[in-house]
Design a binder for this molecule. Structure first.
Ligand code: ADP
Length: 489
């Protein structure tokens, strides 16, 4: 083998040939309608909006814009289905429908993964390996609870609430739909779901599966649209429960809108997680954890490890290893199996991230970006980025950027690490990397974060509850805890 001398030779010797996922089997409709009472119906306003492929900036399909009147129709359908069918059905029969849906998602996983990557921009490796299998796993898990609620919560005689309004974001479109629908249906509620406006396609595909599963009409209704459609759902007087995942800003609006009403709410909002690396950590694994925590999924993850806190004594070595690893990341076509970082979800989100990149430099932090090529094709791209010498008061340390941007700080002692980690408005997640189990316990007791990963990052399981402290929201999704917000006990 010839000696590898310069960067050019290295690139040629080691660059990967394209390995595109086959998308020939994907059939997208030109236009998607609303899914109400088990049927696809036109929006009453006759209005549609385009959903784009963020990797090209080109439209994929038109999607119905649901109005207040459509939301009203969907809530009425859900109420009727609740009263006449779903609440009367023996729990084990409810479970069978949900099991059936889980199996069908599994069977169609490849199709769902490709559509998720086309519509949302995430790398196919993520949608195929994480999003879709986890969505199916959530339906399987909660289907199993449907007829065991009395065992889950003994002596409480748990019963359903009625109609749940559920509003989801664009970062994990199908998975968030599964997090919301599965526990709501298993506990005997009916649903009106409002997907995010930039990523409605897998929800509409799910509607087709719900039809194929023969769910009683109206048990699940899906109304697409933007913020106004979501607000109409929040304000509808016949909704018993609102479950929301999205920005802290909209979460606050929803909290205000539902104050003084009978509606139960759960909010899963933003985050600014610290990934904390101690000097006794397995450093190479920690670097991999940092990369996984912030760069995969374009940093479009509310629990992303967007702050790195590294102990002074290993700071230099960690930064060197991190930069080397960042240089190997591939940014590009989401459908290519080699891609690590796909497209930013929307032009608006790209503008937000770019504004933070300027802001970080203006605040005095030192920016480093990998030198990888990015497609020049009208799509939305950001190179993996880190900010060195960031300080606690910087906005890039305090605010959620929702992009592949990492702010680096250092610490000397456990107490300093805890103080810095806790010093934000958020409290969704964190990571701790150390060889010492006792240090992990010491940290987890002092940190205000709903999920703390130890020597790993961004690992999910339907049996584990997820949710935040402070401005990251309240209520838990996943596990037994995830059933509670949908039950009267
Ligand atoms: P992001 O900043 O991640 O896009 P948003 O909070 O804006 O998060 O959006 C999350 C979801 O909330 C989307 O489905 C969006 O359409 C919906 N939404 C936006 N504004 C409102 C609102 N005022 N009331 C209810 N839902 C809203």
């Amino acid at each position: 083998m010839p000696a590898i001398s310069g960067k050019m030779e290295f690139d040629t010797a080691w660059s990967y040939a394209p390995a595109p996922e086959n998308a020939d089997h994907i059939v997208l409709k030109k236009r998607y309608e609303l899914f109400i009472t088990g049927k696809f119906v036109k929006p009453q306003s006759g209005k549609y909006f385009e959903t784009l492929n963020p990797a090209t900036g080109k439209p994929l399909a038109k999607v119905a814009e649901g109005s207040e009147a459509d939301i009203d129709k969907a809530v009425k359908a859900a109420r009727k289905a609740y009263t006449n069918h779903w609440s009367k059905l023996p729990a084990k029969e409810r479970g069978k429908y949900i099991f059936r849906l889980a199996r069908m998602i599994q069977e169609r996983a490849r199709e769902f993964a490709v559509i998720e990557s086309l519509d949302g921009g995430k790398a196919i490796r993520e949608s195929k390996g994480v999003d879709i299998p986890l969505a199916a796993a959530h339906f399987f898990y909660y289907a199993g609870w449907a007829d065991k609620l009395n065992y889950a919560f003994p002596n409480t005689n748990p019963s359903s609430l009625g109609v749940a309004g559920q509003i989801i974001p664009w970062n994990f479109p199908l998975l968030m739909a599964a997090w919301k629908l599965a526990p709501a249906l298993a506990t005997g509620n009916t649903v009106v779901l409002k997907p995010a406006e930039t990523t409605p396609l897998t929800a509409m595909k799910l509607a087709e599966l719900i039809q194929d599963c023969d769910f009683p009409p109206g048990v699940v209704n899906i109304v697409t649209g933007a913020g106004a459609t979501g607000a109409a759902l929040v304000n509808h007087p016949d909704v018993d429960k609102i479950a929301f995942t999205g920005s802290t800003e909209v979460g606050k609006l929803i909290r205000r809108a539902t104050a003084g009403t009978q509606k139960k709410i759960t909010l899963e909002l933003g985050g600014k997680a610290a990934n904390i690396i101690f000097e006794d950590a397995p450093l190479d694994q920690a670097v991999e954890g940092i990369i996984n925590g912030i760069y995969f999924n374009q940093g479009h993850v509310c629990c992303a490890g967007s702050r790195l806190l590294v102990q002074e004594s290993v700071k230099e070595v960690i930064i060197r290893k991190l930069k080397d690893r960042m240089e190997t990341l591939i940014v590009g076509d989401p459908l290519d199996k080699n891609t690590d970082i796909g497209a930013i979800n929307s032009q608006q989100q790209l503008a937000t991230i770019e504004a933070y990149l300027k802001l970080g430099q203006a605040e005095g932090a030192e920016m480093f970006q990998s030198s990888c090529p990015v497609p020049q094709n009208g799509g939305y791209w950001v190179r993996p980025t880190l900010f060195l010498n960031a300080s606690q008061s910087h906005r890039i340390v305090q605010e959620e950027i929702f992009g592949p941007v990492l702010a680096v700080q250092s610490f000397r002692t456990v107490d300093e690490a805890v103080k810095k980690a806790n010093n934000t408005h958020y409290g969704l997640s964190a990571g701790v990397w150390t060889d010492k189990g006792s240090k992990i316990f010491q940290m987890t007791q002092k940190m205000r974060a709903g999920v703390i990963w130890a020597n790993t990052y961004n690992k999910f399981d339907p049996t584990a509850p997820f949710g935040g402290y402070k401005e990251s929201g309240f209520g838990r999704e996943g596990g037994l805890h995830g059933l509670m917000p949908y039950l009267k006990m």
